[in-house]
Design a protein around this ligand. Sequence first.
Ligand SMILES: C[S@@+](CC[C@H](N)C(=O)[O-])C[C@H]1O[C@@H](n2cnc3c(N)ncnc32)[C@H](O)[C@@H]1O
Length: 425
Amino acid sequence: MRNLKTEVDALGEVVSKKNSFSAKGLDALGKQIVFSVLRQFFELQAITQELLVKQLNRKHKDLELLIMCGLYAIDNLNQPAHTSVNGAVETSKALKKPWASGLINATLRRYLRERDKIRSRALTTTAAISNHPDWFTRRIQQDWPQEYDQIVSANNTPAPMHLRINQQKVSRNDYIKKLTEVGLQAVKSEHSRYCLTLTDPVSVEKLPGFNLGLVSVQDEAAQLAAILLDPAAGDHVLDACSAPGGKSCHLFEIEPEITLHSIDVDKDRLARVQENFTRLGIRGDIIHQDLLQIKDDQISSFDKILLDAPCSATGVIRRHPDIKLLRRSSDIDKLGSTQRQLLENCWSMLKSQGDLVYATCSILPQENEDLVAEFVQRHADAQPIEVNLTIGKSQAIGHQLLPAIGAHDGFYFAHLRKTSAGKAL
Ligand SMILES: C[S@@+](CC[C@H](N)C(=O)[O-])C[C@H]1O[C@@H](n2cnc3c(N)ncnc32)[C@H](O)[C@@H]1O
């Protein structure tokens, strides 16, 4: 019988305190429970509300989260249903609300008795059926009407584990052999020549040579950013929003003879860039800077710039289901003004004839194609370069990948070259 207090506390951090999900303090099963409850949040919430004869006061949100964990445990854990119920009942005492144990018991037992009836009454709204907030389903319906089902299903399905092989140290074929030696299986992914897809996800400690920098965990779509920027020996390369450093490391792995500058505004996240550089043996300057302000000596100083902009992260919901609870529709406008300013500033840091790749892990045109199209309109020296990918959708400007079951995340890429055609308007 499992006490679910740690899980309820972790959910409360996201749902009530609006913090990002943290696995701190959770064991593997606890992580699975919290992650899954976040993924199925809107469905479990609707069932809970259907079950509760009287809605709970807001100060008892923890009890609502406990019922949701109990429902998840009943339907998914490999244990008798009464064990799941008893675990939830015991947890009400650990939450210092022993008075609620009868309520928890009655609610979950009613679910066991009337499961089909309760589910069909509860699962009637778009939010409960899709497991997404209304603002987001409205946006998908507006922006991707044909792809609505694909996006929703992909967001609700666990993502595969993609590896980026550091080919300065080992080839993809040789790494597959190393995996086989420790009983793991992987196949070459199609679209990134650095990528392997593991048949079953494992913790990084199980990956041969992880500490020696042979391999990193990175989605296949994310790997396309550094490939598109195509760093060449001698290039001065800026990774403008670099933390935690996945794409900076990839740029260096592709071409170690670059001068790499990795900037980020977030000091804590920059510490992770340093960790990754050390593990992988990357040489580059790690710089703490807010790129909404740039310095005079940074103007026109880079041959290539990757701007992996802060965004809604709506392309990576399956890896971060807390996004469905943390993001608001109003965030998109705010993010847009930051993205626009970062793009302006990065553009002024780019040399003439230089290349800039703008990337986001968003599926919303407002942060992607529309924003870059408007930028190109205002800058006569910005020439869009075709993004040649055999997956995803070519847009008027740039290329959009939508999350795909068993494959890559949702990502957007635009490639711009700075010509001498004219001054910015
Ligand atoms: C999508 S993440 C970057 C992921 C990273 N490129 C990677 O592959 O590991 C966006 C980053 O932008 C940074 N950021 C947001 N606003 C910024 C600003 N004004 N100046 C510099 N970095 C900023 C955030 O701290 C965050 O680390």
